[in-house]
Ligand binder design. Structure first.
Ligand code: GDP
Length: 219
């Protein structure tokens, strides 16, 4: 089967084959330190964002599975790095949510250090997806993450979440303001995806990006 980008425009846009690809997934494990994360030499992408930004919902929407995000919402796992393998070809990584007000300052710093250490040290990490709530926009904690990703010389895309809650002209303004901020990250920033997990908007485009990453040779 040919999943190359130019062939997605045909028939149902590759939707069925992509959903099939992503539905073959399994939970690798939950890790709270960098040196214990196993390396299966697969390409990897990760999802980061503030708590409540819609990370579990989008991972569910991408994988067409309720099971994955449920796993990562299990108490004790929300502050860990959760790894999933898709189709034995690529790992997707659910990072702990940052900036959660109800967590102590020390715990928040620990989480930030864990996230940063993962981004800096994970050799097979090809792309970071930074989730931003469309209504809330970019906060200082998100800028810290953009800075860490850039310092680690990794690539990132932004996923605007919950677009169903915003008027289309508001989304356009939000995108414009993010694009202007992204001038500071020219070497690392790739693109903005506007999405809604509830309405299944923009999900297929992210599936295509991840599928294309999965075809990178093993690392
Ligand atoms: P996480 O903490 O980042 O994993 O966020 P969740 O996926 O648990 O979502 C947090 C809240 O936002 C939940 O109440 C979800 O139902 C809601 N939510 C997530 N995605 C969407 C979306 O696309 N649209 C709307 N309207 N709500 C969403």
């Amino acid at each position: 089967m040919d999943y190359s980008t130019k062939n997605f425009g045909k028939m149902n846009g590759g939707k069925r084959s992509l959903n099939l690809f992503f539905s073959k997934n399994n939970f690798i494990g939950s890790f709270n330190a960098i040196d214990i994360i196993p390396n299966n030499n697969k390409p990897e992408c990760c999802f980061v964002g503030r708590s409540n930004v819609g990370k579990s919902s989008i991972i569910n929407a991408i994988t067409k599975s309720k099971k994955l995000a449920k796993t990562s919402k299990t108490p004790g796992r929300t502050q860990s790095i959760n790894l999933f393998k898709i189709n034995d070809m690529i790992n997707i990584v659910d990072m702990p949510g940052y900036g959660y007000a109800k967590v102590s300052k020390i715990k928040r710093e620990e989480l930030n250090n864990l996230i940063e250490a993962y981004i800096v040290n994970r050799a097979n990490l090809l792309q970071v997806f930074v989730l931003i709530d469309c209504k809330v926009g970019v906060k200082d904690v998100d800028i810290d993450i953009f800075d860490s990703i850039s310092a680690a010389e990794k690539k990132f895309s932004i996923i605007l979440t919950k677009s169903d809650k915003c008027a289309s002209n508001f989304i356009v303004e939000q995108q414009k303001s993010i694009f202007s901020l992204m001038r500071n990250y020219n070497n690392n920033f790739l693109k903005i995806h506007s999405t809604s997990s509830n309405k299944n908007i923009g999900i297929i485009d992210i599936q295509k990006v991840i599928f294309n990453l999965s075809t990178h040779h093993e690392i």
